[in-house]
Ligand binder design. Structure first.
Ligand SMILES: C[S@@+](CC[C@H](N)C(=O)[O-])C[C@H]1O[C@@H](n2cnc3c(N)ncnc32)[C@H](O)[C@@H]1O
Length: 196
């Protein structure tokens, strides 16, 4: 992959490229992984590429348009067979994917280029994140990109952080990665690793 920087390294403009850097480190050939919010399929594509032909990806979204966009992106790359596309909320993750999985990726908020009133909601996000932690293999990660700047996003971020602050440090390593030279409302990344 070419990143377009002079040194051909990823440009860390916002939390998504940072999450991809970390995903690349953890998701290797044969891994089982989940995209909890597949949207336009960018994260699913990376997961399918990394998991390879012997891995498996479960990709969730509540919007039919998101499932179609992700299917088209996977088809174009030749990775469609590696992915179970599930048109359902991530709050039903464990019904469809019993685990264990190496990584779960959440990219919260609304689908770019689509109806901005269809957004992730605090209750279902908390349930989905709880379920992701229950199916992680030891050493596995849940990566969450949060958008506190949009309507409802601040409440979702606050509730999620309050919940994650309750996790035992012996059971989970919880990291918050935010850009210091950006407004407090800028998107940021939370990374949770299940202890091994
Ligand atoms: C920021 S977008 C995801 C972007 C996507 N990961 C990508 O690479 O293009 C957020 C997505 O979450 C979806 N969503 C909202 N509530 C959801 C839920 N309860 N379960 C699963 N997906 C949900 C939206 O439909 C939207 O497509």
């Amino acid at each position: 992959m070419s990143y377009g920087t002079p040194h051909d390294k990823p440009l860390l403009r916002g939390p998504v490229p940072l999450s991809h850097l970390i995903i690349r480190q953890f998701v290797t050939t044969g891994a089982h992984v989940v995209d909890a919010t597949c949207g336009n399929g960018h994260d699913t594509l990376l997961l399918a590429e990394r998991a390879g032909p012997t891995g498996r990806v479960w990709a969730f979204d509540i919007q039919p348009g998101a499932i179609e966009a992700t299917a088209a992106r996977l088809d174009a790359a030749g990775y469609r067979e590696r992915v179970d596309l599930v048109q359902a909320g991530h709050e039903s993750m464990t019904e469809h994917c019993p685990g264990p999985v190496r990584a779960v990726v959440f990219n919260l908020g609304y689908l770019p280029g689509s109806d901005r009133t269809v957004i992730t909601r605090p209750d279902s996000t908390l349930t989905g994140v709880d379920q992701s932690l229950s199916i992680l293999e030891p050493g596995g990660i849940t990566a969450i990109t949060l958008y506190p700047g949009h309507a409802g996003g601040g409440q979702e971020s606050n509730l999620l952080e309050a919940r994650l602050a309750q996790l035992s440090p012996a059971g989970f390593h919880v990291w918050r990665m935010a850009q210091t030279n950006a407004p407090g409302s800028a998107p940021y990344l939370i990374l949770i690793q299940k202890a091994s």
